[in-house]
Write a protein that binds this ligand. Structure first.
Ligand SMILES: Cc1ncc(COP(=O)(O)O)c(C=O)c1O
Length: 449
């Protein structure tokens, strides 16, 4: 065999084979690039990250249209049915203070008393710095309305989902999640390292097919859904999800961020809405940042579940406890929700009214069922941003939800209704939306063309 013959082998494969035949270790190939060559200066800059490039393109489009950034507006006072930004007052549909309790004097008093007694901070993780009575009172109140043995409040709603799922499930397990699940639920599933299957939103037939195909190959299984979907404003099919959980041997986790205070006669959420015993759900999750005017999240479930989370959920164990004054605020809000049922009733009436009026005006509200979250579908992201801007010029504040928050082509204005809105305010906002929608579309077409 001549020196030049390779017999179809690469240089590297030939060198390895010869070395093997001579009983030597495979030689190191010389042509590997040095670390310096591999790491171009671009990789040492943040402004080359793809997310940043995308943001800059979107901002350039907005600037070309002459719009200010619709996000991060600085509100200068209490934002309820009205909000004030840079001295201008807007009719506000951008906040999820569903029962209109933010700033309520009774909540302020509870906060002030708790601050005087416990100070501001929980000072460290509850595991080490200990707990305060407002934590216990809030947890007992939430466990009571969910009919569960126990409850645990976390300092962040987002971290509640990530930490809980990550803590309970692992690589041998499988997670089936609704396509419209909140980012925190999806990140939790990713962090768990479990196999993941996404089913089209609220499509329990598709979920069933996935369960038939995949459930058996894994140890534990979790089905994840939101109670009331925060993007679409529709209610999950809880009875069918419970039946599937039972049939396929899964845990069920329901995120009640937008359902608590909104669904059911007393605002107790999706189980009350369907008149289903809440203890049938394994993991109830909710946030304190919406109806309860605070900050943080909670898990309600069995003693065992809560004990596990108390000792192993990273976002609880390695994070500061919820500030006692916020626990006191949410506790008071929970109390008021039960003492003043007119708030839930008013929110529900307002939501129904908004949905009916939107339909009368021919606006596309997608799957919304008339429960606090009413999206008006616009279609492309550009038209949606333009419409939000035009409404803002008309002193109506509603935020555009665009790609990547939702798929391109499914951009929408998301109206959050509150018990403090009046029918006149709702009608005004919808009429303006209907009037401006074709103008926004025309302007977007001009710009794109
Ligand atoms: C469905 C859902 N889950 C969880 C969260 C996270 O909650 P928080 O904002 O209180 O951290 C949100 C936030 O909006 C949400 O909509």
């Amino acid at each position: 065999m001549s020196q030049e013959q390779n017999f179809g082998l690469s240089e590297k494969a030939k060198a390895n084979l010869l070395a093997k035949m001579r009983g030597q270790a495979a030689p190191k190939i010389k042509h590997e690039r040095s670390l310096e060559e591999q790491i171009s200066p671009d990789l040492l800059r943040f402004d080359t990250l793809p997310c940043y490039t995308q943001l800059k393109v979107q901002q350039a489009v907005a600037a070309k249209l002459g719009f200010p950034d619709p996000y991060y507006a600085c509100h200068s006072g209490l934002s309820q049915a009205h909000a004030t930004i840079l001295g201008k007052t807007y009719l506000n549909f951008s906040c999820y203070d569903y029962l209109g309790l933010n700033g309520d004097p009774r909540l302020l008093e509870a906060v002030s008393n708790a601050a005087k007694t416990y100070g501001i901070s929980a000072s460290a993780s509850r595991l080490t710095a200990g707990e305060r009575p407002p934590h216990h009172a809030l947890e007992a109140g939430l466990a009571e309305i969910y009919g569960t043995e126990d409850c645990l409040v976390f300092v962040s709603g987002h971290a509640t989902n990530v930490s809980t799922i990550e803590c309970l499930f692992g690589p041998q397990d499988v997670i089936f999640y609704d396509a419209l699940s909140h980012n925190s639920l999806i990140l939790g599933a990713q962090a768990a390292g479990s196999a993941r299957f996404c089913y089209p939103s609220n499509d329990t037939k598709a979920l069933r097919n996935l369960l038939i195909e995949h459930r058996k190959q894994f140890k534990r299984a979790l089905i994840v859904t939101e109670g009331l979907f925060g993007m679409d404003g529709c209610v999950c099919d809880l009875p069918e999800l419970l039946a599937l959980k039972q049939e396929f041997g899964c845990f069920l986790m329901v995120d009640e961020a937008h359902s608590l205070g909104v669904l059911g006669e007393h605002g107790f959420g999706v189980s009350e809405y369907f008149k289903i015993k809440p203890s049938q759900v394994d993991i109830w999750m909710g946030t304190l940042s919406k109806t309860f005017c605070g900050c943080g999240g909670f898990i309600a479930g069995s003693h065992v579940l809560i004990e596990i989370l108390k000792y192993f959920a990273p976002g609880f164990v390695y994070s500061v406890g919820l500030p006692p004054l916020l626990a006191a605020a949410s506790c008071k809000a929970l109390e008021i929700m039960q003492e003043e049922p007119w708030r839930v009733a008013k929110l529900q009436a307002n939501s129904r009214y908004m949905l009916e009026e939107a339909h009368k005006l021919g606006l596309d509200t997608g799957k919304a069922q008339g429960s606090a979250v009413i999206p008006v579908h616009v279609g492309d992201s550009l038209s949606c941003v333009i419409l939000a801007h035009m409404l803002r010029e008309a002193q109506i504040l509603v935020l555009p939800i665009i790609y990547p928050g939702v798929e391109e082509g499914k951009a929408r204005l998301r109206f959050f209704v509150s018990a403090t809105h009046t029918e006149e305010q709702i009608s005004l906002a919808l009429n303006k939306t209907q009037q401006l929608l074709p103008k926004a579309r025309a302007r977007a077409a001009d710009f794109s063309g």
